[in-house]
Design a protein around this ligand. Structure first.
Ligand code: GAP
Length: 440
């Protein structure tokens, strides 16, 4: 099963989804670059999250806060102390470091040497700001996006006239000096989060926690992830993060076992109280009845990169001997990426039946120009038509539009569906409407 991870890693590289960062210099461990198809898929995932979490809800607003913040934020939030740290042990012989909780026994997994004492290793990445060398201020690349949300809680509450319960959502990069980055884009040192903080009355935390966990697991299911590959895992009380009162992970069945893709956390009043105390700013909430309270926070915290990996892995299928039974397959297996139409990188491929007939090529390019403003599309004229269908199936393209000799006479094209391989003849003048209807 571990094999699927290797397959996906090389598939992602080969097809233009993901590349190792700084590859021509031998790579930069724990960082990845997204190529064209990867960026499209990632953007579509983020768009769907934003639509679901912000656009479709009347009491959630979105923001985009800065990555660099005052170091006081991180002092107050507890991220600079032992709370935001991994316990690691160092091998006395090869001096490699390992996360204590990943070790099966007390021996070095690399050389079998004796392991030293446990040490806490803080995950925040330090940087300095300012141009004058001795006046540079030390700060940190944010370790979680939600601290930017807490910094803007009052700003959004007042300017947008938000009433409890309400939410603030944000998508953005976060950085952690992970000791053991691994499993491709699953665990990196630079990654992206999609977080939403829901500010609620302290008596209503259980209700909202239970509600949000269902909302969030359904988001993955509604975007095509197999239900059987998803589950909840409640954290034990003694294993909770420093800010959490309760935490449940949404886990996916990865090739290496069940692992976290999103956390639903009850953060209580930890963040607003600590920022209130450290900044001296009153972050209380006044209800009409003049009852004042610090709202409690239910957080939904998803990883963009982990979602990306889940959507890719869950959609990846290999068909031995190929799907077409009418013609002989050119390969012993065919790959099809059955990814949801809303997030698939390319919606439509425009394929002239042949590339050596100028009239067909001209018509195809006209159709490409016609539909480009409406759908992410791709023009391909290289290779046999069967080969081009396969190529599009591999990257998940939803529809292939073929322009043939008849198109020049009847003003119609053939539209092929990725999943059913069924072909329909559609008038060019109806093509945009037809595809828009299909995409709904
Ligand atoms: N604000 C709460 C928070 O950050 P978390 O459980 O530490 O909670 C939330 O992280 C999500 O962010 C994870 O479920 C995961 O999807 C993503 N994530 C965390 N660390 C990551 C890493 N090193 N690489 C990729 N994604 C990561």
């Amino acid at each position: 099963m571990e094999n699927l991870l290797q397959k996906i890693t090389s598939f992602a590289k080969q097809k233009g989804f993901v590349n190792q960062s700084s590859e021509i210099y031998g790579g930069f461990e724990s960082c990845y670059d997204y190529g064209f198809l990867g960026t499209e898929l990632k953007n579509n995932i983020k768009k769907q999250w934003w639509k679901n979490m912000v656009q479709m809800r009347e009491n959630i607003v979105g923001i985009d806060s800065s990555i660099l913040m005052s170091p006081k934020v991180w002092e107050a939030s507890g991220h600079l102390t032992a709370g935001f740290a991994d316990v690691l042990v160092e091998c006395k012989e090869c001096h490699k470091r390992f996360r204590k909780d990943y070790l099966k026994n007390n021996k070095c997994p690399e050389c079998g040497g004796e392991l030293g004492k446990e040490k806490k290793f803080n995950l925040m990445m330090k940087t300095s700001v300012g141009s004058v060398e001795d006046k540079k201020a030390v700060t940190y690349l944010r370790g979680e996006t939600c601290q930017g949300i807490f910094m803007n809680y009052e700003f959004m509450r007042d300017s947008m006239r938000m009433k409890v319960p309400f939410g603030i959502a944000q998508i953005g990069k976060a950085f952690r000096n992970e000791i053991t980055p691994r499993y491709f884009v699953f665990k990196m040192r630079e990654f992206e989060q999609m977080e939403m903080q829901y500010f609620v009355h302290p008596d209503k935390t259980k209700k909202w926690f239970d509600w949000w966990k269902e909302e969030r697991i359904n988001w993955y299911i509604n975007l095509g992830v197999n239900k059987k590959n998803l589950k909840f895992r409640e954290h034990k009380k003694d294993k909770l993060a420093h800010y959490a009162k309760r935490a449940i992970d949404i886990e996916y069945k990865f090739p290496w076992g069940w692992d976290e893709i999103e956390g639903i956390h009850n953060r209580g009043d930890w963040d607003l109280s600590t920022h209130s105390k450290h900044s001296g700013k009153d972050l209380y909430y006044d209800e009409k009845s003049n009852k004042r309270f610090i709202p409690h926070v239910i957080e939904t915290s998803a990883g963009v990169d982990r979602s990306f990996l889940v959507f890719l892995m869950d959609a990846y299928e290999e068909v031995k001997g190929g799907r077409t039974k009418t013609t002989k397959s050119t390969k012993e297996k065919e790959i099809i990426l059955k990814i949801d139409k809303k997030i698939t990188p390319i919606k439509v491929a425009i394929l002239p039946l042949v590339k050596n007939k100028p009239k067909i090529v001209k018509k195809s390019k006209q159709i490409f120009d016609l539909i480009k403003p409406y759908f992410m599309s791709w023009y391909d004229e290289v290779g046999s038509i069967g080969r081009r269908y396969r190529r599009q199936d591999e990257i998940g393209t939803m529809w292939c539009v073929t322009i043939d000799f008849d198109s020049l006479k009847d003003g119609a094209v053939t539209v092929r569906d990725r999943n059913t391989m069924k072909q329909e003849r559609i008038k060019i003048k109806n093509l945009i409407n037809y595809l828009q209807e299909k995409l709904k």
